[in-house]
Design a protein around this ligand. Structure first.
Ligand SMILES: Nc1ncnc2c1ncn2[C@@H]1O[C@H](COP(=O)(O)OP(=O)(O)O)[C@@H](O)[C@H]1O
Ligand SMILES: O=P([O-])([O-])O[C@@H]1[C@@H](O)[C@H](O)[C@@H](O)[C@H](O)[C@@H]1O
Length: 381
């Protein structure tokens, strides 16, 4: 029998298992010189959104300015003298269909970096270094490595540089950054296919697991002794913003809950695919979430019966992986109408927005409110 004290101790251990580090930001989506939507952004917000959906608790360290305009589940550090990080995302419909190469990102405002002294003084099982605007310093990542058993890093936190005039995001080679020597102490490095060309995957996989996401094609996991492609989910893409972040949230949530790497990557693909179907921070259908949570528990037990290894990260495709995919495909089919019932309402907007034709955002010509965050995501078509 579990006593109240044991249960409380277990709960507090659970509560402090994951540390997410990265700034929240304000995202402005622009197309044809017109603002199409403004919303809460930053990898930390997309990842914690997935964690909340899957009931995975975490600690989150983020910095914002006095102008931060969202109510969030994990209170950020407010720097009264600075403004919140702002990204302008420009979408060019002409070049490569709906792929991410169409997006040009500009960091038009940068909040304070997150320093080692901003991190909690406690230990965590998992840490996620997920900066977007250069806020994670090499010494911050090093401190994370010291206080977390396993660190997951998004390469976008490590290789982004910002044009000194207009803030356009450019990428530099990973080996030219101060993060490179830390790679052997990282558990997993996540990159999009666009970012992966800025590292030598064959070299880096000798030190840590590398996960490369590839939009509608799913993702590929590379480790020292092998590699595995993970199947995608069919999605009706409306806005690619946050797909990589939501993927990372689903992936790490899966690992935290005891899934093997291939199953966790499948969960990542699921949340990446759900994310692109909505503008800004996605709202997940509660019935879908319940089904996924139940299935993850079932899957975990099923794999425990087959798995013999005690390794931290289990890379081989577990028995029943394809059935897990089939289940998630079926669970995903329940979403569309149930979300629209309660989500596509129209709170009044205070933002002035120009109206033009929007090739990428063609599905729901309404404003979007996410109950988790008080401010509506504003969108105009
Ligand atoms: N159009 C899409 N259809 C289905 N899944 C998608 C789509 N776009 C993204 N995803 C999912 O989200 C993940 C991350 O997307 P990707 O575009 O590779 O990352 P990023 O947002 O960092 O550029 C993909 O690996 C995939 O699982
Ligand atoms: O779309 P994605 O690459 O997963 O992640 C995005 C970042 O690249 C971008 O800088 C930020 O403004 C978005 O809110 C989101 O975090």
């Amino acid at each position: 029998m579990v006593t109240t004290a044991e249960s409380a101790a277990h709960k507090s251990q659970q509560q402090s298992r994951v540390l997410i580090v990265g700034n929240y930001c304000h995202d402005v989506l622009i197309q044809n010189n017109a603002v199409k939507a403004v919303s809460l952004g930053g990898a930390a917000s997309f990842i914690s959104n997935v964690f909340n959906g899957l009931s995975v608790s975490c600690n989150l360290v983020s910095k914002v300015g006095e102008d931060f305009k969202y109510t969030v589940s994990y209170t950020p550090i407010v720097i009264p003298t600075l403004k919140t990080t702002v990204f302008h995302s420009y979408f060019d419909p002409g070049l490569h269909g709906n792929d991410h190469q169409d997006r040009i990102l500009k960091r038009v405002c940068a909040c304070d970096p997150i320093r080692p002294s901003d991190l909690p003084d406690t230990r965590f099982k998992y840490g996620m270094g997920v900066g977007v605007g250069g806020e994670i310093l090499p010494e911050t990542l090093e401190r994370m490595i010291e206080i977390c058993d396993v660190v997951f890093a998004d390469i976008q936190a490590l290789i982004r540089v910002f044009d000194s005039v207009d803030g356009t995001v450019k990428l530099v080679k990973l080996e030219e950054t101060g993060f490179y020597p830390l790679l052997p102490r990282i558990g997993v490095l996540k990159a999009s296919s666009e970012e992966a060309v800025f590292m030598d995957v064959e070299e880096v996989r000798k030190w840590c697991c590398v996960v490369v996401t590839n939009g509608k094609h799913g993702c590929k996991v590379y480790w020292k002794d092998g590699e595995l492609g993970i199947s995608p989910f069919l999605a009706n893409q409306d806005d690619p913003t946050g797909a990589g972040d939501s993927f990372f949230g689903g992936f790490v949530a899966g690992l935290v809950q005891g899934l093997a790497v291939p199953d966790a990557a499948l969960l990542g693909n699921l949340f990446g695919s759900l994310s692109v179907e909505q503008v800004g921070l996605p709202k997940f259908d509660t019935r879908l979430l319940q089904r996924v949570k139940d299935e993850v528990q079932r899957r975990k037990m099923q794999c425990l019966l087959h798995e013999k290894s005690d390794d931290e990260l289990k890379f081989l495709r577990p028995v029943g992986h394809e059935q897990f995919h089939t289940f998630l495909v079926a669970a995903r089919l329940i979403t569309p109408c149930s979300i629209e019932e309660h989500q596509w309402n129209s709170p009044s907007s205070t933002m002035e927005m120009e109206q033009t034709a929007v090739p990428h955002y063609t599905k729901q010509p309404k404003l979007l409110a996410n109950p988790m965050y008080e401010e509506p995501i504003q969108r105009v078509e």
